[in-house]
Ligand binder design. Sequence first.
Ligand code: UDP
Ligand code: MG
Length: 322
Amino acid sequence: MPNAVALNAPALSVVIPVYNEEAVLQALFDRLYPVLDGLGEPYEIVFVNDGSRDRSPQMLAAQYRLRPDVTRVVLFNGNFGQHMAIMAGFEQVRGAITITLDADLQNPPEEIPRLVAAIRAGHDYVGTIRRHREDSAFRRIASKAMNRLRENITRIQMTDQGCMLRAYDRALVDTLNACREVNTFIPALAYTFAASPTEIEVSHEERFAGESKYSLYKLVRLNFDLVTGFSIVPLQWFSLIGMLLALGSGALFLLLLVRRFVLGAEVEGVFTLFALQFFLTGIMLFGIGLMGEYVGRIQQEVRSRPRYRIAAVLQQGGDAGA
Ligand code: UDP
Ligand code: MG
């Protein structure tokens, strides 16, 4: 970064990924800007449009024209996912503190000053815990289960991994920018590098309008990113299961052998054996699939293609095209 940029760097940068959010953007603008103006410090908001197919990019451009002093808009030319959008935002931010926020107003912008205060109290990473989570029961239960799984297989300690309202200090953002991972989960990635992480409770609201951009399929993919990106414990489970099964089947073989000599050959147990076999085949297929998840990610990393493509950046001092 050239020094000139660092000299007039804002105190605070806010990064917001936007994907088909035309229904909420105006309400977001109406609540976010007053909160940040109220801080009385220089700030910037970096919106990253993740290939929306609705009017979101036009609305972001209009907002940029309205407040060009504090607004920057990164326009992707496709949908690269929420976490890649945030990564692209991180590469743009100039602030000493960076806050991430969802566009749908589930994370109230009014909580931002508390996150800033926590960073200034000496933390380099501020996570959040949603006080009353306003999501469907299915999402809440599934997310609890994933939290527990993550706790057991990684050393990442987060009470609530799903909430994207978080704050990072400058050094941490620089470190994240040095990571070239394609499939990642930013809160977990940041946590692995944080020297003094903390968590605060924040309120949570229902999505203001529009619907969740995560289908069940996308949620499953995201959780695979979280598990395989930060732990190889699942693979190790399979060696363990394999070992136990080998021991078990060895014992079964011995038992059948002895039985054959004592009682004669048996056929009645055949269906039990089938059931057992199907069960084992199921485990094997799952194991192969899981291995595929890792191998697929390795393949994506070694290809080392650009992670996203930026069509344009709207910002003061010349709109950079790419
Ligand atoms: N998002 C994105 N790209 C995607 C999916 C989502 O940039 O492919 C953004 C979306 O616009 C929102 C945030 O990520 O700002 C969280 O999405 P959403 O609220 O739909 O997720 P949920 O709250 O259901 O987990
Ligand atoms: Mg949401």
